[in-house]
Design a protein around this ligand. Structure first.
Ligand code: DC
Length: 226
């Protein structure tokens, strides 16, 4: 059977990566979490004492040639992002890094740097890639484009639970404000803003169980492979 490209875009915390991972496993495809790549660049910037993105863009751009991002497949089949050979999967999942990633993602040079690597990773198909601009910029000719969405309140609640599980002590109002801020930045930046591709299939999962959603997406995938 043909190995297609599946592009999954959508807002933060709407379950993209869970769905993308499950679909990749179902299809026997490689999964690429492009958000993890933006987060890895953000972590590198934080480690290099960058704190004010708007005034330090030249410094961030100058750091890019030192950033080598890859994905290491774990014994359980999951992939961990690596930054210059170091497994940073855990370190990139904090609110601080997420916020920094969202700010760094507005810099055109950063986007070009990562988009070129993503296109290289997916050029032979057999891939499920999730992010914000996969169906619009990275793979505008992807055979299947999914656009996932859920209400900000539902997403904030999911994010809150995840942070609690990780041992953080979030405040619900902060998490919701963070979701709204990130939505705004993701959809309003000049370079590759998050938007639904005209030919994307929209899945609003606010009122769907995970199982309902995945079964729905398997059907769409099977149709697209015909
Ligand atoms: O999906 P995530 O929360 O891990 O992504 C972190 C940030 O990276 C998010 O605020 C937007 C940005 N991002 C992007 O601009 N383009 C992508 N393809 C993936 C993520």
């Amino acid at each position: 059977m043909k190995q297609i490209i599946v592009a999954i875009d959508g807002y933060s915390s709407c379950g993209k990566s869970t769905i993308a991972k499950q679909l990749a496993q179902y299809a026997g495809y490689r999964y690429i979490d492009t958000g993890a790549m933006y987060r890895a660049v953000a972590l590198y910037a934080i480690r290099n004492k960058i704190s004010d993105i708007s005034n330090q863009q030249p410094e961030i751009i100058a750091l890019l040639p030192q950033v080598h991002i890859d994905f290491a497949i774990q014994p359980d089949g999951l992939q961990h992002v690596t930054l210059n050979g170091e497994d940073v999967e855990k370190q990139i999942r904090t609110l601080e890094v997420g916020n920094m990633a969202s700010q760094i993602a507005v810099i055109p040079e950063v986007r070009r740097f990562l988009v070129a690597q993503q296109q290289q990773m997916g050029k032979n198909g057999g891939i499920v890639m999730d992010g914000r601009d996969i169906g619009t910029v990275v793979f505008p000719k992807a055979e299947l484009k999914l656009f996932l969405t859920a209400s900000p309140e539902v997403r904030a609640e999911r994010r809150y639970k995840e942070l609690i599980e990780k041992g953080e002590q979030p405040v619900m109002a902060d998490v919701l404000a963070d979701v709204n801020d990130r939505d705004y930045r993701d959809t309003h930046r000049a370079e590759s803003p998050l938007k639904q591709a005209a030919d994307a299939v929209v899945v609003d999962n606010s009122n769907m169980t995970r199982e309902e959603q995945i079964q729905h997406i398997y059907r769409i995938f099977n149709e697209a492979c015909k």
